[in-house]
Design a protein. Structure first.
Length: 338
């Protein structure tokens, strides 16, 4: 195979990944056109993992699948600019789908992570078990944080130091910034310190990193009130509940009143026994009554939480924006759909 150095070259030179994406597109198209959505959702967890390995944010990709259900060519053209397809990603996907060992480059990384000193100490692991979340200090250094901030500012087309530009900027949906594919964000996702933390929690180094978005939560004002999301789960409460993680990196110092991530500590121990209370009605219930708590931290710190915890942002009552990058890691799903 010709060595390909860019996403565009891989789109032009190798058909294997196109076949993988086309299989997902065909299944999605058939479900949409027949109006027969699978009970577990239009795409599987394995599909999401494929998207992550290709550097494609899965929420954005699902929207593209719906918008281009009548044309695979249009779907492919739509997602090209948002992908980070490379030879290693393709080899990893093919290995997962075939059940074969990961490529040597990936195995070398896993061995390096395994040989690292633990980044979460015994006290932090105990906090994880008790509260369902942990703070990884200095997950990114200040230079990495600033690189991600600059990427977000460029995407929003604003000068972040100018507060008059915070509220009517482009490419922001509420507090979410739909930026996924940028060298600074990819570098942050490749942090070995972050990989080590997730490997301690998952008890394996063989992990996939999410191609996730960023966040920009400016101060709450009368004319620009907090838009949410408030406390919620990203878990499908109608399906069997299994272990999972989520993560957020603060790119600036973030205090409790600055729109900090808010969790219900310890609720990962209770969700399974109480899930029937929340099925299909979580947004009608005041989850703060369960004992919500904002989690402040410094620039570069990362909060990793058990996805059974209700979580959300909150109104930013300070004079500074909350700027974050979302990063998660997880093993390739065991039940593979092809």
């Amino acid at each position: 195979m010709k060595e390909c150095n860019s996403s565009q070259e891989l789109f032009n030179e190798d058909d294997t990944h196109l076949e993988l994406l086309e299989a997902i597109w065909l299944r999605t198209r058939d479900a949409i056109l027949s109006n027969q959505m699978p009970s577990g959702g239009v795409i599987s967890d394995a599909d999401k993992a494929v998207f992550d390995l290709f550097g494609m944010n899965w929420q954005h990709t699902i929207l593209a699948l719906y918008h281009h259900a009548h044309s695979y060519k249009d779907f492919l053209e739509h997602i090209k600019p948002y992908a980070n397809i490379n030879k290693l990603a393709l080899e990893r996907i093919k290995a997962y789908l075939s059940g074969h060992a990961q490529p040597q480059e990936a195995l070398n990384l896993f061995e390096e992570i395994k040989g690292m000193d633990n980044v979460l100490n015994d006290s932090q692991i105990q906090q994880w078990q008790r509260d369902g979340y942990v703070i990884l200090k200095e997950a990114l250094d200040i230079q990495q944080c600033q690189a991600s901030i600059n990427a977000i500012a460029g995407f929003l087309q604003i000068d972040i130091t100018d507060r008059t530009q915070w509220y009517n900027c482009a490419n922001r949906k509420g507090i979410m910034v739909e930026l996924t594919h940028h060298a600074a964000l990819i570098a942050a996702r490749n942090s070995k310190r972050i990989h080590k933390a997730f490997s301690q929690l998952w008890q394996t180094e063989n992990l996939i990193v999410s191609a996730d978005r960023c966040g920009f939560n400016p101060p709450h004002t009368e004319h620009h009130p907090f838009s949410g999301p408030d406390l919620h789960w990203d878990v499908d409460l109608t399906k069997p509940l299994t272990f999972g993680t989520q993560g957020i990196v603060y790119l600036t110092d973030t205090d409790a009143q600055q729109g900090a991530l808010t969790l219900v500590p310890g609720f990962h121990l209770h969700l399974k026994s109480r899930v029937d209370e929340f099925k299909n009605q979580q947004h009608e219930i005041d989850l703060h009554k369960l004992g919500s708590k904002p989690v402040p931290a410094k620039a570069g710190d990362m909060i990793i939480w058990h996805h059974f915890l209700p979580h959300g942002s909150r109104a930013n009552l300070t004079d500074k924006p909350r700027i974050v990058q979302y990063i998660n890691m997880y093993p390739f799903p065991k039940e593979i759909e092809q």
